[in-house]
Design a protein around this ligand. Sequence first.
Ligand SMILES: Nc1ncnc2c1ncn2[C@@H]1O[C@H](COP(=O)(O)OP(=O)(O)OP(=O)(O)O)[C@@H](O)[C@H]1O
Ligand SMILES: [Mg+2]
Length: 307
Amino acid sequence: MSETIIQLEGINFFYNGFQAIDGVSLSIGPGVYGLLGPNGAGKTTLMKVILGHLRPAAGKGRILGSDLDAGLTEVRRCIGYMPESHCLIPGMDAVTLTSYMGELSGMPRQEAIKRAHEVLYYVGLEESRYRMTDTYSSGMKQRLKLALALVHDPELMILDEPTSGMDPGGREEMLQLIVDIAAKGRMNMIISSHILADIEKTCARVLIMNHGRIVSEQQSLDFAGGDTSIFEVGIKGEPGLFLEQLQGIHAETDRRGLLRLHLPPDFPPMSLFRLALDTGVQIRHFRPSRLTLEDAFVTAIGESHAR
Ligand SMILES: Nc1ncnc2c1ncn2[C@@H]1O[C@H](COP(=O)(O)OP(=O)(O)OP(=O)(O)O)[C@@H](O)[C@H]1O
Ligand SMILES: [Mg+2]
C-alpha cells in the first residue's frame, strides 16, 4: 500500500470569485493530522475538496491512491466523514440511520445493523439508540456523527470540528474516543479545529492554515521535546547589566516578556544564577524552552497576516 494517504498539488478553489483555497500543496502520510486555523481559514472547504464534494479550479491530487480528477466514487467508501454541519435525517432513530449509512457504504444489511449497534455503544449512545435523532442534544449529535463516520470501518476519517458544541466533559470524551480509534484501528485521520488544545491532544502532526493557505507544518515532537540549549529566563530587577554580561549570547524577549537565551554548549546554564547575583537581579523563572503549538500558531498566523 502506498504510504501517501493524501497528496495535493497547487489546489485553488473559488466561491463565486472569492478564493477560499489558495495554492494548497500537501502530502499526508499514515497517522493523525490536525488542520488548525481560525474561522474562515478554509479548513472545511479543503476537506470537501479532499472528499471530492467540491471541484478545485486548479491543481491535482491523489486520495488513497485515486486521482481527484477521476472522481472519488469508489474511494469514498473507504473514507469516513464527520461534517461540521448537522447532517441527520429527521424522523429516524440512531440505529436505523447508522445502519442505513453502513448500507450506503456498501455493507450488507445484516452486517450494517450489527455494526450500527456496536459503534453506537462505542460512542456512548447505547441507551438512546432507539430515540429519534431530532431529539438529541448537540453533544449527542456529535457522538452520532462520529458513529456515522465510523460504521463502515473506513481507512481514512475526516473529522470537521469534532468537539463543536460539546461541554467540557463531552469534549474530553470525544477527544479520548478519537485517540482510541486512531490507536486501535491504526486509523488515518485529518481533524480540523480552531482549538489548539484539541489538536494537541489528538494529532501527531499539524498543518496550520490561514487565508486559504497552509502556512506551517509542525510535528508534535517539536512541541513535546525541549531544546536544552535555549532557556527561558524571567528576571526581576533592571536587566541592563545582566544582559551586558551576556555579550555574544543571542537573547530575545518573547510574548510573555521572558528572555529566550540561546546558550552555547560550553556555557553552563546554572552560571546564569551567579551572574544574576553579581549584577543585582533575581531570576524568577528558569526552564529549558519548550516551543508550544500555541507559539507556532501565533507565529504562523502573524506571518501570514503580514504578507
Ligand atoms: N458556500 C460558500 N459561499 C461563499 N463563500 C463561502 C462559502 N463557504 C465558505 N465560504 C467562505 O470561504 C472561506 C473559507 O470557509 P471555510 O468554511 O472553509 O472555513 P473554515 O476554516 O472551515 O472556518 P470555520 O472554522 O468557521 O469552520 C470563508 O471566508 C467563508 O466565508
Ligand atoms: Mg469549518
